[in-house]
Design a protein around this ligand. Structure first.
Ligand SMILES: [Zn+2]
Length: 363
């Protein structure tokens, strides 16, 4: 009898061990539908009309603008801030097309052409171009992450975000009362080792080019410090730090930055999953900084806005983000009250971006 029990034990153990080795599964594949039954809200249209402060539209032809407006209406999106406005003739043409095909629905930000920085007269020329662009209908300036990463001067040196040759540009934006939306660096994890401890492992595994390192081009902390130094040097200019300044995963740190720099705003493009995994802390943050947060998304994929609305508006629990390589975790809604939602959706943007048609927004 005893012998049978022992041999059965060995048989069962052997079976479990074999079964386990057959059951190895890819991290990417393991994504079981949740069995949790809780209220679900699929919100395809924002509760209030909204402005997307972080959007990119490369095709600004009248025909494309017509299509765009139809998509925007479905989302209750009244105004797109197109950060890819470029400059000169291209910008002028885009503004003219908006007037004809989508009046009041798009606002265009200008971009700086960094080519030739370091040459005699470059700064003066860049400031003049910006002034012309604003005269031609630009209502803000967008700085891409290439500044800090890849922009080089005429001597082949990396141009730092706080390079003094750019100071007159930031000053001019203050004088013209236009905001500067700036994206600096990337998530800190892009600099970290690519192993099982890296939360962005999947993104880096599938997007090889996003990997960074201490010499590629400099450490994360260096870029962020350059940006903050530049902010502090220009307190009369309004800055919008894109992607929550890459501190959506450390709201205490972001709080201290916002407290120290009252002229800086933030938008949550591409980092809503960070907020959705800490709904209580995020709600406190939104309550405290309700006048400094703007709605931004970045990539134009209309279906994905539902995720943003759900995190902001609902108290739904344990729901997925739309891109597994940004977030493999589940999220929770913050359930923001109407007065805060309205500020985030449009009131704050109306305050700092000139020339938005206010008649499209109620109180
Ligand atoms: Zn962007």
């Amino acid at each position: 009898m005893k012998k049978t029990i022992v041999s059965t034990f060995f048989l069962v153990t052997a079976y479990v061990v074999t079964a386990q080795s057959n059951l190895k599964m890819d991290f990417e594949k393991y994504d079981p539908p949740s069995t949790l039954v809780v209220p679900k809200h699929k919100i395809t249209k924002a509760k209030f009309p909204f402005i997307d402060i972080h959007n990119h539209q490369s095709n600004m032809s009248p025909q494309k603008l017509n299509e765009l407006v139809r998509e925007m209406d479905k989302l209750n999106m009244k105004v797109i801030i197109n950060l890819s406005g470029q400059n000169g003739e291209k910008l002028k043409q885009s503004v003219a097309n908006v007037k004809v095909a989508a009046p009041g629905r798009l606002i265009v930000f200008a971009n700086i052409d960094f080519k030739g920085i370091g040459e005699d007269g470059w700064t003066k020329k860049a400031v003049q171009q910006l002034e012309d662009d604003v005269k031609n209908g630009a209502n803000g300036l967008k700085i891409f992450k290439s500044l800090g990463f890849s922009v080089k001067d005429n001597a082949g040196q990396r141009v730092r975000v706080d390079d003094t040759r750019l100071d007159p540009i930031w000053q001019k934006c203050g004088q013209l009362k236009i905001p500067v939306l700036i994206h600096t660096a990337d998530p800190k994890s892009f600099w970290d080792s690519l192993n099982e401890s890296n939360e962005r492992w999947l993104e880096l595994a599938t997007h090889e080019g996003r990997r960074r390192g201490p010499n590629n081009p400099v450490p994360f902390e260096d870029l962020i410090s350059e940006q903050h130094r530049m902010f502090r040097k220009h307190p009369k200019t309004t800055f919008i730090n894109a992607h929550f300044g890459w501190y959506a995963n450390d709201l205490a740190k972001l709080s201290s930055l916002l407290d120290a720099m009252p002229h800086v705003f933030v938008e949550f493009g591409a980092v809503i999953a960070e907020l959705g995994r800490q709904p209580r802390a995020a709600k406190q943050f939104f309550t405290k900084y309700q006048d400094r947060i703007l709605f931004g998304k970045d990539s134009w994929v209309p279906d994905e806005y539902a995720t943003y609305f759900r995190v902001l508006e609902t108290e739904d629990e344990y729901f997925p983000y739309h891109k597994r390589y940004h977030a493999f975790w589940k999220m929770y809604g913050m359930g923001l009250p109407d007065n805060i939602l309205k500020k985030v959706y449009y009131k704050n943007a109306l305050r700092i971006v000139p020339n938005i048609d206010k008649s499209q927004f109620h109180n």
